[in-house]
Design a protein around this ligand. Structure first.
Ligand code: PLP
Ligand code: TYF
Length: 392
């Protein structure tokens, strides 16, 4: 039977890691996969995480199974932190998932099980969104609404795109720090989107994977909170993999908001059944660390301060990049208005390849750059490379 399978392409973004590693040029720059880096190009384990790991090593007395819901203390602490009292507690259920991707996968399967056939997604979006929903039987419908040239989110275009949605369709929203454009709706935009979703009877799915890396930890949740408090039913897929630097520990959670507590109980029973059929139970380590950090005032403060330092590094790199204004056809000034790890520059695949060949600058074929891949010297080199390209 295996002979019937067609070869599938690698993840082009993950392939860049290997290509960059194999490049012998000393001043090479990796702007590819979305992980945070410090000025030295490292993706360190956060100090609060190291301390929590030491506590875990000391205090954990069993590795016995926890159950498909994972670490309930983690889920509760995270729900309190992110959702707070935005929605009545008895309308929220949650469970731990393997990363934000696991939360999205459960979301897709729950939607499919609820008879939802379509999810509307602003385009471009994270490359995994459309295939993930499609594979679970929920057809993605793309709404082109991020303009790469001006690096703007077109709110009117997004709302107009939703004209095609039928009641009961789902809508995907990036909670903050849009991947790959880096531009989010403003407060008025979030309200308009929330009102529209409520009026049309759509089900919002908020993907919050970069909280704390945009405008600040609390502000970054405002979009998600605006949506959750406006609608009867919603899903929030949360990742701790960027803001706690836990990536390979696969740490995330899914929260579902229901009209009432009884419905919530039924929703949770379905999510638990889907989790059992997918991974039985989520991996423990990352969630235990987050639970320990959030439950310890000093550790929580230390984590928040380190996250804030990361956020400020991204903001100052954006300002440095943008200071060059327009080089050739590329408007870098627009990068200053973005948030989080990503911006997408108006570069053709040929130009992306040229920057790689001529200057050892690696980015996604779409022109997406990981801002954290820069440091002060790399920004200067990037500006020089764009000047060189404009002179060709
Ligand atoms: N959603 C978005 C928008 C992302 O960029 C990512 C990145 O990895 C994820 C979800 C998945 O996060 P995780 O690594 O926790 O699965
Ligand atoms: O977009 C990114 O770079 C991150 C990391 O298959 C990532 O979201 C990239 C590709 C992938 C999974 C995660």
């Amino acid at each position: 039977r295996f002979a019937t399978l067609a070869r599938q392409p690698d993840d082009p973004l993950l392939r860049i890691i290997g290509q960059h590693a194999a490049d012998p040029r000393a001043d090479k720059i990796d702007l590819g996969v979305g992980v945070f880096r410090d000025e030295e190009g490292r993706t360190p384990v956060m100090t609060a995480v190291k301390k929590a790991e030491a506590i875990l090593l000391e205090t954990q007395s069993s590795k016995s199974y926890l159950g498909p819901e994972g670490d309930i203390g983690f889920v509760r602490a995270l729900g309190d932190l992110v959702i707070g009292d935005t929605v009545a507690r008895d309308r929220i259920v949650g469970l731990q998932t393997p990363g934000g991707t696991g939360a999205l996968r459960l979301t897709a399967e729950l939607l499919a099980r609820s008879g939802v056939a379509r999810i509307w997604i602003g385009s471009p979006s994270w490359a995994n969104h459309a295939p993930l929903f499609r594979q679970a039987g929920v057809e993605p419908a793309l709404i082109p609404c991020y303009d790469v040239n001006s690096q703007r989110f077109d709110l009117d275009g997004f709302l107009a795109g939703m004209d095609g949605a039928a009641a009961g369709d789902a809508v995907l929203l990036h909670g903050c720090c849009h991947n790959p454009i880096g531009i989010d709706p403003d407060a008025a935009g979030w309200s308009a989107i929330a009102d529209r979703i409520a009026a049309d009877g759509l089900i919002p799915v908020v993907d919050l994977a970069y909280q704390g890396l945009g405008d600040g930890f609390a502000i970054d949740a405002l979009g998600a909170r605006t949506i959750l408090k406006t609608v009867p039913e919603a899903l929030l897929a949360y990742s701790c993999d960027k803001n706690f630097g836990l990536y390979r520990e696969r740490t995330g959670a899914l929260f579902a908001v229901s009209p009432d507590a009884e419905t919530g109980t039924i929703v949770l029973s379905n999510l638990l059944a889907l989790a059992r059929a997918n991974w039985s139970m989520p991996p423990d380590h990352g969630a235990a660390i987050v639970r320990i950090i959030l439950g310890d005032e000093a550790l929580a403060r230390e984590w928040r301060e380190e996250l804030e330092t990361m956020r400020q590094r991204l903001a100052s790199l954006r300002a440095m990049l943008a200071a060059a204004g327009t080089i050739g056809t590329v408007d870098l000034a627009a990068v200053a208005g973005g948030k989080g790890m990503f911006a997408t520059l108006p570069l053709t695949p040929t130009q992306v390849q040229w920057l790689r060949d001529a200057h050892a600058i690696y980015m996604a074929g779409s022109g997406r750059i990981n801002i954290a891949g820069f440091n002060t010297a790399a920004v200067a080199r990037f500006h020089a490379a764009l000047h060189d390209m404009a002179a060709q």
